[in-house]
Design a protein around this ligand. Structure first.
Ligand code: PGA
Length: 250
């Protein structure tokens, strides 16, 4: 079954609103008319409104980098799905390894955030992936299965319809070390089996699983050639319009 690939930029804590507008001014003409893949840019919160405005009417959607599970409340520093929707955001990254590593994100909070995103109509890009020690200890499949089972907990196939997963081996993020296409494809197959367990065969066949971790213009084509890889979540190489456009056009 053909799955439309999704190529997403994760800008992390880079770029101001002016820089966001400048990026899109240069980037949009480079990908104008590109409809083979879905394109999403995920800037920081203060850039979201500028990004939505600058991308209006284009083939580029705007996503956030996190979302809280409550729609409002005393949660200093957090942001809610209704707030994101109110400025025109359509996608959201959830459970990125940097959130898990540095900000105490757990499998359980990932599940809460995922439920809230799906409930609100946002398209979640839910990140999973093993750290180096886990890979070296032969625990990769166990870790992926655990992260998926907990992330999918108490979510129905119907509710999960928009779900997108990103497999990001933590040892490949920002390190220049990319997983080989075969290694990534193996991990994706584990994730797809878990999705089949949770949501059924038809859902699993339609589920898009992105690869993330040092994706660059030079390795994008080989990764995207894998049948199991349905797109990319790109950090460092997405900050420059030409580089991100080259990845989109792989
Ligand atoms: P990277 O980051 O492309 O810079 O490795 C990917 C990510 O963290 O999503």
């Amino acid at each position: 079954m053909a799955r439309k690939k999704l190529i997403a930029a994760n800008w992390k804590m880079y770029k101001t609103p002016d820089e966001t507008r400048a990026f899109l001014r240069d980037f949009l003409p480079l990908v104008a008319g590109h409809d083979r893949d879905e394109i999403v840019v995920c800037p920081s919160y203060v850039d979201l409104a500028a990004g939505v405005e600058a991308a209006k009417g284009s083939n580029v959607a705007v996503g956030a980098q996190n979302v809280h599970w409550k729609s409002e409340g005393a949660f200093t520093g957090e942001i809610s799905a209704p707030m994101l929707l109110s400025v025109g955001v359509t996608h959201v990254i959830i459970g990125h390894s940097e959130r898990r590593q540095y900000f105490g994100e757990t499998d359980d909070t990932v599940n809460l955030r995922l439920k809230a995103a799906l409930e609100s109509g946002l398209t979640p890009i839910c990140c999973v992936g093993e750290v180096l020690e886990e890979r070296e200890a032969g625990l990769t499949d166990d870790v992926l299965r655990r992260q998926c089972v907990r992330a999918f907990h108490a979510i129905s196939a119907k509710k999960a319809a928009k779900l997108v997963i990103a497999y990001e081996p933590v040892w490949a993020i920002g390190t220049g070390k990319t997983a080989t296409p075969e290694l990534a494809a193996d991990a994706h197959a584990v994730i797809r089996r878990e999705a089949k367990e949770a949501f059924g065969e038809e859902f699993a066949a339609r589920l898009r699983i992105l690869y993330g971790g040092s994706v660059k213009p030079e390795n994008a084509a080989a990764l995207m050639a894998q049948e199991e890889i349905d797109g990319a979540l790109v950090g460092g190489a997405s900050l420059d319009p030409k580089s991100f456009a080259a990845i989109v056009e792989y």
